[in-house]
Design a protein around this ligand. Structure first.
Ligand code: MG
Length: 383
């Protein structure tokens, strides 16, 4: 293992796994986490789940899988530069979106609405539920039995009510503590990745243009820089040259600003990081503002674009009608999920039944949800 900082997540200081296991022979504990995530069913499903643009709209848009790989790449760079645990950061990033429903945020909002009085639905909690409860790969335990540090990183945010139900990994939300630095940087890697790839995808989809992006000061500045170097560059190469520089600038700033904050805090262990009053990883004030402007532009011009809104409203209707049909009549569920719904009902009544239905619906890929919708509601479709 490379020379890690004393405040990195270290194997021998790990808070361990829920079920004790022998140490891995060749790998670190966090490599083992990463490998378990890569081999999980939920991870494979990400290839057919929407990031912003529905999977079948075009082959070149990001899916949840390619998004997760970009996030992991950015996180590893940051972790290495700060002498943090690269393998843990990678594991957290690869798992961070496994709890997402089909159809991106539209799906999550629809499912949350359906579950409003039945315990709610939150993709972040669902990611943890998948790695803790729903993956069925091992004879000795349910879930993937990941390390505490990895689970802590996956659970990015959580309400106090939910935190009370989650045991060790929920405690920090009640004590207002921080997660380890590998988890902190994973959030920023996620943001850097999606802001930048949504520019690229947004241009590709024809929702925004390079000219319109000129109102984002950071983009305008880097556009000017690229134009100075390559006056005749246009089209995709121009976009890539600008986006590449944006990612580089954001990542470099995050490394420098976080490094300074870590040093100033004088933390000497992951537990001291956890006890800090606020996160140590973050942008400088200047870049944080640039980042906000970029997010605002994307919200107003991409996520609220009528073409994206149409997709969103369609997705809401598909998920809501699937959920309601299964909740009212679990007899429509495939055997294994019907059994889970009955078990849930015995344990916790209607919310228990609803949770099993939400697990089934959330686990669907975009195309599977569309197919199930057709099977349930189109009289001409085979069941
Ligand atoms: Mg993400």
């Amino acid at each position: 293992m490379r020379n890690l900082a004393p405040y990195a997540a270290l194997d021998d200081q790990s808070r361990g796994r829920r079920h004790a296991e022998p140490k891995p022979a060749y790998r670190s504990e966090f490599q083992r986490d990463r490998d378990r995530i890569v081999h999980s069913t939920a991870f494979r499903r990400l290839v057919y789940k929407t990031q912003v643009f529905v999977n079948h709209e075009g082959d070149l848009y990001r899916t949840r899988l390619t998004h997760s790989l970009e996030v992991a790449q950015i996180a590893r760079t940051i972790a290495r530069a700060l002498r943090l645990n690269e393998e843990l950061s990678e594991a957290i990033c690869l798992a961070h979106d496994v709890g997402h429903t089909p159809f991106g945020h539209a799906g999550q909002d629809a499912l949350h609405e359906c579950m409003r009085d039945l315990g709610g639905f939150e993709h972040n909690l669902q990611s943890l539920r998948i790695v803790d409860e729903l993956e069925e790969q091992y004879a000795d335990f349910t879930g993937l039995n990941l390390s505490f540090e990895c689970r802590e990183g996956i659970l990015k945010h959580c309400s106090a009510a939910n935190a009370k139900l989650l045991g060790d990994v929920g405690e920090r939300f009640l004590k207002r503590e921080q997660p380890g630095l590998e988890a902190q940087l994973a959030n920023f890697a996620d943001e850097i990745a999606y802001n930048n790839h949504d520019i690229d995808d947004g241009i590709r989809a024809g929702l925004i243009t390079v000219e319109e992006l000129g109102e984002v000061p950071l983009f305008a500045r880097l556009h000017g820089e690229v134009r100075g170097l390559y006056p005749n560059l246009s089209g995709r190469r121009l976009v890539y040259e600008i986006v590449r520089r944006m990612i580089n600038l954001l990542v470099s700033d995050l490394i420098t600003a976080s490094g300074q904050r870590i040093e100033a805090s004088a933390v000497n262990s992951i537990d001291e990081v956890r006890r800090q009053p606020s996160a140590l990883v973050g942008f400088s004030t200047e870049l944080a503002e640039h980042n906000r402007q970029l997010k605002r532009f994307l919200r107003d011009n991409v996520y609220k674009h009528y073409k994206v809104q149409r997709m969103t409203s369609k997705a809401r209707r598909v998920l809501a009608s699937l959920f309601n049909a299964f909740l009212e009549d679990p007899g429509l569920l495939p055997d294994e999920h019907r059994a889970a719904a009955l078990r849930g009902e015995e344990r916790a009544g209607r919310p228990g039944r609803a949770r099993a239905v939400a697990d089934y619906v959330a686990g669907m890929t975009d195309r599977y949800a569309i197919l199930e919708h057709r099977r349930l509601f189109d009289p001409a479709e085979r069941t």
